[in-house]
Design a protein around this ligand. Structure first.
Ligand code: NBP
Length: 479
């Protein structure tokens, strides 16, 4: 045995991760793929990295030093289960099986439990940053046991992206914590992309800017507090000219957004955990509506073309910027709330400032603004919501008037802004002194005797709606 770590699955992610690992001091990397052609291709091109190729899974396992540590990078789902089974048959107590694929965290919890029964460590790692990140430094969100982290920590630290001098990896929590946090990362990514798309649409349709100007605006925004990978690539996409038609590429791309499902997972889990992630939900739904081409055409056949929006003042673009920032804070606040809810439900000890830190580099949502989230949770680890952090509260208050103007103008002009407007509605809900939830409690008590509480005395009450409408005490106060 000679390799301290192995990679199974040598499609784009696995081979890039293997190259990243092999290029770091102290690592010797064994590589194996079901179809050997991928392994030999990798060795042909990058054999100088000292990779140890294996033709069979037995050779692969035999080439690993103890504790054996193998990272699986195959298609999520059945492929991952198949490879885990093959390894589990050959690994011994104390060895470590790592899944770096995009697993559903509930699968990771299940697999961890099964392997723990054999004293094999199983670690699910959320890996963000795509192929480029895998090669040069991803953001890594490992779950799993403390014991596995002892061995894996230094290896992962060596390959992770670095932001502000710190590696973008932390031991997120036990079993499925890493894949859960990766799921939320992707959900936030959906929300952030939707908000940027709405900003673009507003400035295009109402602000009257052409694509070239919009590219410049996003480039400028990327120099301020909105600086982020997603704003940067937005400018790049807008700058691109289509070779065939000479038009901006974005104008010839079909306006139907696809998705691979992690946004849906985020919303499904949030609903189950009773955690509002309206920004992520609106983003998932907006992609779904965009893809319903026939439905859109059927409605447009009746409504005809939309009227031209009224002219807006020059300050419009600044207002859009402020609205984007405020909406983005809401989306991140909701995402972090979901991590808190998941940690409570599944018993993970998650450090929110550490999560914000490891998202500052390598991953799709990397952004300057994450430094503020790091500070917020460092200052107050038990913060109720990011919106209650003094810095963010002030930032939102400063942009609030602009945010309202933008949502108002968009509504009046018929430009859909589900992300901006739902974020504002969420903010207005949190800031309202009194909510109409009181009426809902009354309705529930009326038709279902679901009872209600009063603002002026403890206990649970019910009104005899179908009787004489007197109020009775349903449950006396316990104190
Ligand atoms: P793919 O997701 O396209 O999977 C291809 C790999 O899976 C090949 O190595 C293939 O082997 C192997 N495989 C399959 Br399919 N079924 C298998 C089985 N039953 N037994 C053994 N091997 C099997 O590769 P990828 O795009 O490199 O992604 C790898 C993982 O990383 C996925 O879980 C993905 O979701 C995740 N991920 C991807 C990205 C990204 O940006 N692409 C980012 C983050 C995470 P073969 O060569 O023999 O067919």
């Amino acid at each position: 045995p000679q390799a301290n770590i192995g990679v199974i699955g040598l499609a784009v992610m696995g081979s890039n991760l293997a190259r990243n690992l092999a290029s770091r001091e102290g690592n010797t990397v064994a590589v194996y793929n079901r179809t050997y052609a991928r392994t030999s291709d990798l060795i042909d091109q990058h054999g100088h990295l000292g990779l140890v190729p294996a033709e069979t899974i037995d050779d692969f396992v035999g080439s690993l030093t103890r504790p054996r540590t193998a990272i699986i990078m195959v298609q999520a789902g059945a492929g991952t289960d198949a490879v885990i089974d093959q390894l589990a048959e050959r690994f011994e107590p104390g060895d470590i099986i790592v899944d770096g694929g995009n697993a559903n965290f509930t699968d990771t919890i299940r697999r961890e439990k099964q392997l723990r029964a054999k004293d094999i460590n199983f670690v699910g790692i959320g890996i963000s940053g795509g192929e480029e990140g895998a090669l040069n430094g991803p953001s890594l969100m490992p779950g799993g046991s403390d014991e596995a982290w002892q061995t894996l920590g230094p290896i992962l630290t060596s390959i992770a992206a670095v932001a502000d001098g710190e590696p973008c990896v932390t031991h997120v929590g036990h079993d499925g914590a890493g894949h859960f946090v990766k799921m939320v990362h992707n959900g936030i990514e959906y929300a952030d992309m939707q908000l940027i798309a709405e900003a673009y649409d507003l400035m295009r349709r109402i602000g009257g800017s052409d694509t070239r100007e919009l590219a410049d605006i996003f480039t400028t925004w990327n120099q301020g507090d909105l600086e982020s990978y997603l704003i940067e690539i937005t400018a790049e996409v807008l700058k691109q000219t289509d070779a065939e038609t000479g038009r901006p590429l974005v104008d010839v791309i079909a306006d139907q957004a696809g998705s691979k499902g992690t946004g849906v997972w985020t919303v499904q889990n949030a609903v189950g955990l009773g955690t509002p992630v309206s920004g992520i939900g609106e983003a998932v739904f907006a992609r779904a509506v965009s893809s319903r081409k026939a439905q859109r055409a059927a409605v447009q056949a009746i409504t005809g073309p939309r009227p031209e929006p009224a002219p807006v003042p020059d300050s419009f673009h600044d207002d859009v910027r402020a609205a984007l920032y405020a909406s983005k804070v809401v989306a991140y606040a909701q995402g972090f709330d979901l991590i808190v809810a998941g940690a409570q439900q599944y018993g993970w000890d998650v450090d929110l400032s550490a999560i914000a830190k490891i998202w500052r580099g390598g991953c799709i949502i990397r952004a300057r603004f994450l430094n503020r989230i790091v500070d917020a949770y460092q200052n107050t680890p038990t913060l109720q919501t990011l919106l209650a952090d003094p810095y963010f509260a002030q930032a939102i208050a400063g942009g609030e008037a602009a945010w309202r103007r933008i949502v108002g103008t968009a509504v009046a002009s018929g430009v859909p802004v589900p992300g901006f407007s739902s974020a504002l509605a969420y903010y207005d809900t949190l800031t309202a002194d009194r909510l109409p939830a009181a009426l809902i409690q009354g309705q529930r008590d009326y038709f279902g005797a679901h009872t209600y509480q009063r603002i002026d005395k403890p206990g649970t009450f019910h009104t005899l709606w179908s009787g004489d409408r007197t109020e009775i005490i349903a449950t006396p106060s316990t104190h």
